[in-house]
Design a protein around this ligand. Sequence first.
Ligand SMILES: Cc1cc2nc3c(=O)[nH]c(=O)nc-3n(C[C@H](O)[C@H](O)[C@H](O)COP(=O)(O)OP(=O)(O)OC[C@H]3O[C@@H](n4cnc5c(N)ncnc54)[C@H](O)[C@@H]3O)c2cc1C
Length: 471
Amino acid sequence: MSSSASSLGRVVNGGISFWYADDGFPAPREPLPGDATADVVIVGGGYTGLWTAYYLKKAAPYLRITVLEQKFCGYGASGRNGGWLYNGIAGRDRYARLHGHEAAARLQRAMNDTVGEVVRIAAQENIDADIHQGGVLEVAYTPAQLARLKEFHAHELAYGEKDRELYGARETAERVRVADAVGSTWTPHGARLHPVKLVKGLAAAVEAIGVTVHEQTPVTEIRPQHAVTPYGTVRAPYVLRCTEGFTANLKGQRRTWLPMNSSMITTAPLTAEQWDAIGWAGRETLGDMAHAYMYAQRTADDRIALGGRGVPYRFGSRTDNDGRTQAATVEALYEILIRFFPSLTGVRVDHAWSGVLGVPRDWCATVTLDRSTGLGWAGGYVGSGVATANLAARTLRDLVRQDSGQAGATELTALPWVNHQVRKWEPEPLRWIGVHGMYATYRTADRRELTTHSVQSSRLARMADRVAGRH
Ligand SMILES: Cc1cc2nc3c(=O)[nH]c(=O)nc-3n(C[C@H](O)[C@H](O)[C@H](O)COP(=O)(O)OP(=O)(O)OC[C@H]3O[C@@H](n4cnc5c(N)ncnc54)[C@H](O)[C@@H]3O)c2cc1C
């Protein structure tokens, strides 16, 4: 039997995510019983929707707020992610080009603060989400990756991140012994968490302060002042769409944000001897500088949870089948694990799953309130929404309060991602061809960089970036 066959023989595939297998599913909440009214209706019970409900209700306890969730809170990416709570935000560099460097630096500072904000509120609300503030370590293991890493490091310093460190091979190995690592960059602005413990805790916290949460209630259409479901319509002056990777399923939204898959595996808990070979005592979240990058965490119960792009996108923006993941993707993630840590060859993989994230045509996260209709939305976080959703939620709170005359403009409403407009994605089959082509190109570029040892980033990857609208 090959090492991967013995490692992958008992993998649980799908079932939403390992995090639910670990922490259990929540008791279902009642669906919407019929037509209703509210002051604010929020569509989607992930981090964005729940944080928005939380902050709005805290700021204005008299508001009647209803959350409508198609399955259960945390069904989407918020219950499936890699648990990197970190300060990255999709689109910052484009916002710098559109609004100037200082505006983008303000956005970055707001993101840096957001990591601490999530940690603080989780503690305040007694949400034990296995948060560990070990920062983020990103490693390079080819000359081209090292060149990109140095560029990335310098770029982040230019956004005011004075506390970021650049490590050589030896210092990197002192933290985590990644095979062939030639360097890394570390920032303190990151923490590891258990995604499901956070989302379950948040849902309970918003209910406890008087927000109404209906689960098993799919919204089929959003119109000004209306959220339409098969069980009735909720009417409210403000309707906030927080549906991220599922947005394409809503009437009229098929080409708004492309649903992109990301997939993960977890190993069995590793032994003390296995950890001795790897290091990773600081439990930093761990990533790399490959074009088709990976991300990983050391869980509270000493597993490695590792993710990357699987089949990136399904034709026609179809989204999900409860996280089931193709065998080839599971195998590819296992290979990345062993590439990083060859001493783990043969380790048992316990679980594999996938989820969807929302990708706007220009790869820029946004938060918007259309003051003429009362329709708002936040998302398009691409792969970094765990912290960004919190910043988006506080911003939606401020926008609603400003619009309804309860408060004025704030620092958050002046950030450059607010009310950003972007065109829609191309119709099929162009969408499918474009995204598959891009990821196939990234994988080829990564292989080329591994085999040629060139310092130059592959031209292929740069081309794919341009075609995809990423840069
Ligand atoms: C595998 C994976 C790994 C990731 N890892 C990281 C990471 O480590 N760090 C990071 O920063 N980001 C990561 N992300 C991204 C991050 O998880 C998301 O950006 C974030 O969770 C988005 O939160 P959200 O509430 O906007 O969306 P979601 O969590 O997707 O929530 C949307 C909710 O809306 C509900 N919904 C959708 N449509 C409807 C409808 N019509 N009616 C009613 N309800 C509806 C869905 O059921 C869902 O519960 C990852 C994503 C994936 C998939």
